[in-house]
Design a protein around this ligand. Structure first.
Ligand code: NAD
Length: 501
């Protein structure tokens, strides 16, 4: 493939005089249990600014005893919360949305400070968080079940939708507030109480959320215990009084949670990793596909489970498409969150993850895979990786099968439709995919054969609260967003009355 290589190699730094956080922006550093913050008895864990590697806060790791106290509080609160009529719960969710909207700017700054997210990403996360609460506040009043009726002679059947009880939630570091909202809103809407463990790297917005809603939610309805997955997450998975465990995270953590839940046979809801193929046929609008991937492959620095990170392009247009993609990606603005509203790419969220992504890039290049753009770290403090396009990627290469979770898109070629479908499906994940074509038959038939929970046609990474999000295969099971999430966090009871006794 012939590609020119514009290279983004510099990091735009924020003016030193304007720190992102002021004293008083942070919530109390502790656990939020039964409506109040507690200092936490476990060892303190440093929260790091990924732009500089410096510590911005420290939060105590939770212990098993603290999880047990939070579960006890959620258990004590569940009957009263579950008995509220839909209108009452809906009004409370709307009040939460209003409170978040009043504090949107602060929440976005906190998320940027903790994750290194460009302000456009943090602001989008907060807007999505608010909309999730508004959607669930409305949807919970409109949920229906099968009509009551006489389905057996002389018997009247009523179908009741009930809360599950106490839900344990474990969230990741890539969208700390948004992923928390995707769980909290439907779980509360369906009448459950919950205990949430944020990622140990990114607890700040979740704790702030707790502080902001403390006077809105009754004590015990929503609890946060920060800390390690192997301690707090594991205890939530195993806890006999937790009725369901919901995790957004890696496949490895998903397996651990499912194993932990097995003994008590609690329900499990898993939103795991992805490796979204982007199948570009020869008749596609190549410029539109390249422009779309500029965002869909690199949004949130590629730390996005639905990112369009694996291009499969027809061999006849591969060179032209790669040229367009490299030109698009070469214009991405890399910088610190405080360096301007036009910054599009920030650092990776942690040093550990930065090293993991660089490892993938080094191994790919050692295998003869060429970086048409980027290919490594950007010099300077912080965990910045250059927006990268890897080309000449052979079938089955590690970089095209495993989730790199950084600003890296790989390009492979195919010869015909059957091969494109088979290769797109040949990954352990099944979260999201896209197909690019102007052929109406192909747009339907290829989408129906792609084994992914979301398939976009001539688009990628567009989400809405009304439609479900979740995966197949190694990407887990259960659905976030939409009324399907409300179903997942409810149980169905059939009550049958004899009509004449
Ligand atoms: P991770 O699995 O390392 O951590 C996720 C959470 O699981 C953290 O809170 C962690 O402490 C916890 N955890 C770890 N071990 C645990 C255990 N044994 N028991 C219980 N909890 C445990 O994932 P991450 O690196 O924070 O997030 C990135 C991953 O999340 C990627 O794989 C990404 O694709 C996935 N993700 C998926 C979606 C989706 O909607 N499908 C959305 C966002 C992120």
């Amino acid at each position: 493939m012939s590609v020119s290589v514009p290279s983004t190699t510099s990091i735009r730094r924020a003016p030193g005089s304007e720190p992102l956080l002021a004293s008083g922006d942070l919530a109390p550093a502790g656990h939020f249990i039964n409506g109040a913050f507690q200092p936490g008895s476990g060892p303190a864990r440093q929260v790091i600014d990924p732009c500089t590697g410096e510590t911005i806060a420290s939060v105590a790791d939770g212990t098993v005893e603290e999880v047990d106290a939070a579960v006890a509080a959620a258990l004590a609160a569940k009957d009263a919360w579950g008995r509220l009529v839909p209108k009452e719960r809906s009004e409370i969710l709307h009040r939460i949305a209003d409170r978040l909207a009043e504090n949107a700017e602060l929440l976005a700054r906190l998320e940027s400070a903790n994750c290194g997210k460009p302000s456009m990403v943090s602001e989008d996360d907060v807007a999505g968080t608010i909309d999730t609460f508004r959607f669930m506040a409305g949807a919970l009043r409109a949920t229906t079940s099968m009509a009551a009726g006489e389905y057996a002679q002389d018997h009247l059947s009523l179908i009741l939708r009930e809360p599950l009880g106490v839900v344990g939630v474990v969230t990741p570091w890539n969208y700390p507030l948004l992923m928390a909202a995707w769980k909290i809103a439907p779980i509360l809407a369906a009448g459950n109480t919950l205990v949430l463990k944020p990622s140990e790297q990114t607890p700040l917005t979740t704790l702030k959320f707790a502080e902001l809603v403390a006077d809105i939610l009754p004590a015990g309805v929503f609890n946060v215990v920060a800390g390690a997955g192997s301690v707090v997450g594991s205890r939530l998975s195993e806890h006999p009084n937790v009725d369901m465990i919901a995790l957004t995270g890696s496949v490895r953590s998903g397996r651990a949670v499912a194993r932990g839940a097995a003994e008590s046979l609690k329900r499990v809801h898993l939103e795991l990793g992805g490796k979204a193929p982007v199948v570009v046929f020869a008749d596609a609008e190549l410029a539109a596909a390249a422009e779309s991937l500029r965002a869909a492959g690199y949004w949130n620095s590629g730390q996005e489970c639905g990112a369009g990170c694996r291009v499969l392009v027809h061999e006849s247009v591969a060179s032209a498409f790669t040229d367009l993609l490299v030109k698009e990606v070469g214009t991405l603005v890399v910088g610190e969150p405080g360096a301007g509203s036009d910054v599009e790419i920030g650092p990776l969220t942690s040093k550990e993850h930065f090293e993991r992504v660089l490892g993938y890039l080094e191994r790919a290049q050692a295998q003869g895979i060429r970086a048409a753009l980027g290919g490594g770290a950007i010099e300077g403090p912080g965990y910045f990786v250059a927006p990268t396009v890897l080309v000449d990627v052979p079938d089955g290469a590690e970089c095209s099968r495993e989730e790199i979770f950084g600003p890296v898109v790989t390009v492979e070629t195919f010869s015909d439709e059957a091969e494109a479908i088979a290769r797109a499906n040949d990954v352990p994940f099944g979260l999201a995919a896209s197909v690019w074509t102007n052929d109406a038959r192909r747009s339907h038939s290829v989408a129906s054969k792609l084994d992914f929970g979301t398939v976009w046609v001539n688009s990628h990474l567009v989400l809405a609260n009304e439609v479900p999000w979740g995966g197949f295969k190694g990407s887990g099971y259960g659905r976030d967003l939409s009324v399907y999430a409300l179903d997942d966090y409810s149980r169905t009871k059939h009550v049958m009355h004899h009509q004449s006794r």
